[in-house]
Design a binder for this molecule. Sequence first.
Ligand SMILES: NC(=O)c1ccc[n+]([C@@H]2O[C@H](COP(=O)([O-])OP(=O)(O)OC[C@H]3O[C@@H](n4cnc5c(N)ncnc54)[C@H](O)[C@@H]3O)[C@@H](O)[C@H]2O)c1
Length: 452
Amino acid sequence: MMMSSSSMAAAGSSSELIYRGLPGGGAAGFSSAAKPPQSSTRSISCKAAARLLRYVAGEQRLLFALLGMALASLVFLLLQPPSSSSYDSSSSTTTAASSAVVGLAAVHHHHHHATSRVPLGLKRRGLRVVVTGGAGFVGSHLVDRLLARGDSVIVVDNLFTGRKANVLHHLGNPAFEMIRHDVVEPILLEVDQIYHLACPASPVHYKHNPVKTIKTNVVGTLNMLGLAKRVGARFLLTSTSEVYGDPLQHPQTEAYWGNVNPIGVRSCYDEGKRTAETLAMDYHRGANLEVRIARIFNTYGPRMCIDDGRVVSNFVAQALRKEPLTVYGDGKQTRSFQYVSDLVDGLMKLMEGEHVGPFNLGNPGEFTMLELAKVVQDTIDPNARIEFRPNTADDPHKRKPDITRAKDLLGWEPKVSLHKGLPLMVQDFRDRIFGGADDHTTATTKAAGDSN
Ligand SMILES: NC(=O)c1ccc[n+]([C@@H]2O[C@H](COP(=O)([O-])OP(=O)(O)OC[C@H]3O[C@@H](n4cnc5c(N)ncnc54)[C@H](O)[C@@H]3O)[C@@H](O)[C@H]2O)c1
């Protein structure tokens, strides 16, 4: 009883102190605007403090209080998660870009340590990779390889020419995500690497809405570069041999600047990709972004769009349907054909390597259109007829990569010959044409309303 009354007295005097200290009665005046205390007030406060001290010292209260604090600290320490060095060791083999994300994980970890557990999603083993255009032909093969390697993959695709069927086999995999999104609109994702493939690649598709094609190449690439810069990710652009236009140099090395018609019907694609390369290099030079540029030459393989106007898929589909093989011009124009697994190999080597590029990725084995038609006849139907049609505008006469740079600096070269690769593609086309699989042959009608 004595104690409680003395503590009440202490409380009373201190509240009196507060009251006197407030000239205008406002709380803000508590310390700074208080009038200097009078001497009587000082003596009261000294007495109150002495009483308080006596109270605390009595009956070993101080000892108990200290013991309580020590116990609380002990419990707090025991509940702390292991130190952040585990993040460092797991990330030691990753790129500088990934360490930025690891850093981000550490920040999250800091925020979460009151709950004393690191959220599962932040413990990263593989890399977190975005593949734009990952539901397309090349992209879906790349996704297969990245997932097989143990990475987490986010596909960003508006399904203009891509198909869900290309990535359907990953749907149950927790390391796989797909976002239906148009890269012309910005998107924010926390990732270590960005493979930027999103762009219609065949003439049928990219000429369908040329303004949209160039917008995808320019605005879409800008958006993905901006994202890479923001999260410190490494960025790989899939450019094209079309940047060489109708080349005056043969075969084409990366040093060749090209011969492109800036106002032709293919310009939306050719010039779009050239601008995308420019943007990538400017982000690299100006914002220190880690970029990689691949110039891809004609690639074929399973999951290509059927009837997309590209010569290999055209010939294969025509031969399977017992239609004549259409050869444009005199059929003497040459192309090189690279099997898709070789390309994916090259893209991953480029991404993991230390060289910006650009790198030609293609198969230097050169075929005329007539020679290609012969391989298709040999593989599918020896009786398939060939029909000649007038050449399309700006169709380059010769295209063959010089891959010396990729060989020397990336240790990469294609391994699959046309004779080996074509049957693999034919099997897939046969299944899709005759197996009743839902194919995506009407991309043009799908995007008809897409007028921007
Ligand atoms: N296949 C080749 O021979 C070849 C040659 C040179 C360059 N490339 C380049 O490789 C990349 C992939 O080509 P592909 O052959 O797999 O073509 P593809 O048409 O099969 O794949 C392109 C993918 O990008 C998606 N896409 C298109 N516009 C988009 C947008 N605005 N937003 C989001 N997604 C969009 C499509 O839906 C599709 O899934 C392209 O950038 C292409 O220019 C391919």
